[in-house]
Write a protein that binds this ligand. Structure first.
Ligand SMILES: Nc1ncnc2c1ncn2[C@@H]1O[C@H](COP(=O)(O)OP(=O)(O)O)[C@@H](O)[C@H]1O
Ligand SMILES: N[C@@H](CCOP(=O)(O)O)C(=O)O
Length: 354
């Protein structure tokens, strides 16, 4: 067979779910797809690093098609170069289909990183890399584990970083520019990137009650995650930390119980560690979080910022349209228009051979 074809499918995700800042992730049913073809009949390629990228979907106008610049292929090259493969096989075509809106808190970059790591594994024939090891590669790039954990493993997950030996911990702090080196204009610099230590992160799957759906209300403006992390304080008061710890102890239990208990879920989704600070970037956020309750909105269980925002995630069992319209009306008061979608928990990254 001269042509090898496969599809990598990675879900979007909603991180934090209120109090679980940098811990909790939920994979959701909107998928980044990579349609990959490797033409083994060719022996040489005119494409940079033997890889042609085509792209359709969100961010179509702005996403680079240069394999050294594009986040997905750059991450794949990181995995390949850690295994002494300097470029893609001759001749690789990656067609990207991306419905995940960029910079909205639905884990577009987490999905791109996970899909990129998986692409590196597949094109490099690196079959010994299991998902736990791929998670290490993801964590060298996207340094909070919640989104990439959900996108890789699927479902509703708790993620955590492991204590590492000092020399290994130092490797996880190597500047991103050394992990994903700047484009060298198609020239192979021959530099081997830092390999991830083994076991940077772990995950655990929580149950999810089948009645609960996720309504994503997606404002039409972007908040880069890096910017939304810069507004967070370096230190917190003991009472705010205790507040979140009390709620995070409830959240996985509350969302796994069937039938769901709206009062418990609403309480468990409160946060004092990131949402109050992100209000400065997302007009209307505090009003939305404080005014939408199961008492005022039948069917609603709880509301939170999705990831670093600006998307709002409403968990609900019914009346999805009314809930979405009420949140959109609150954004509208700040001249912000939105789209909305009902999403469901999704399985993790899959590869289908054609
Ligand atoms: N499918 C993709 N292909 C290439 N780059 C992507 C893709 N998805 C996301 N990115 C990159 O990630 C950025 C958004 O990341 P981030 O600010 O973390 O927001 P999000 O909340 O959507 O993850 C985009 O501006 C783009 O640079
Ligand atoms: N825990 C992170 C999650 C970022 O999610 P994203 O979808 O906005 O990339 C944070 O809150 O910063």
């Amino acid at each position: 067979m001269t042509q090898e074809k496969f599809i990598i499918k990675t879900p979007c995700s909603s991180a934090n779910i209120g109090p679980g800042f940098d811990v909790i992730g939920l994979a959701l049913s909107m998928y980044l797809e990579l349609h990959v073809t490797i033409d083994r009949s060719k022996t040489t390629s005119t494409e940079p690093l033997n890889c042609r990228i085509t792209y359709e979907g969100q961010g179509e106008e702005g996403i680079s098609l240069d394999p050294e610049v594009n986040l997905i292929t750059r991450v794949a090259l990181y995995v390949l170069r850690c295994h002494d493969q300097r470029q893609f096989p001759v001749e690789t075509h990656v067609h990207v289909k991306n419905p995940i809106p960029l910079g909205r808190g639905l884990g577009s970059s987490g999905a791109a990183v996970v899909a990129g790591v998986r692409l590196g594994k597949e094109v490099g024939g690196l079959h010994h890399l299991d998902d736990d090891r791929l998670f290490d590669f993801c964590l060298m790039v996207e340094r909070h584990p919640d989104n990439v954990g959900a996108a890789l493993f699927g479902g509703f997950v708790g993620t955590y970083l492991q204590p590492l030996k000092p020399e290994d911990a130092a490797r996880t702090e190597i500047p991103l520019a050394e992990v994903l080196p700047a484009p060298a204009g198609g020239v192979d610099t021959g530099v081997k990137p830092p390999e991830p230590p083994v076991g940077i992160g772990r995950h655990i799957k929580f149950p999810w009650a089948p009645e609960i759906k996720a309504v994503a209300i997606i404002p039409q403006f972007e908040v880069p995650t890096a910017k939304a992390r810069e507004v967070l304080p370096a230190e917190y008061s003991r009472s705010d930390v205790t507040f979140n710890l009390q709620r995070i102890a409830l959240l996985p239990v509350a969302l796994g119980q069937s039938p769901p208990n709206p009062d418990l879920i609403f309480l468990a989704m409160q946060d004092k560690l990131h949402q109050p600070y992100r209000q400065t970037l997302i007009p209307g956020l505090t009003e939305i979080v404080e005014s939408m309750t199961p008492q005022t909105q039948p069917g609603l269980l709880g509301v939170c910022l999705s990831g670093a925002g600006p998307t709002i995630l409403a968990l609900a069992t019914s009346n999805f349209e009314t809930i979405a319209e009420n949140i959109m009306a609150r954004f509208k008061k700040n001249n912000i228009t939105c789209t909305w979608q009902v999403l469901e928990p999704a399985e993790g990254t899959t590869v289908t051979r054609l």
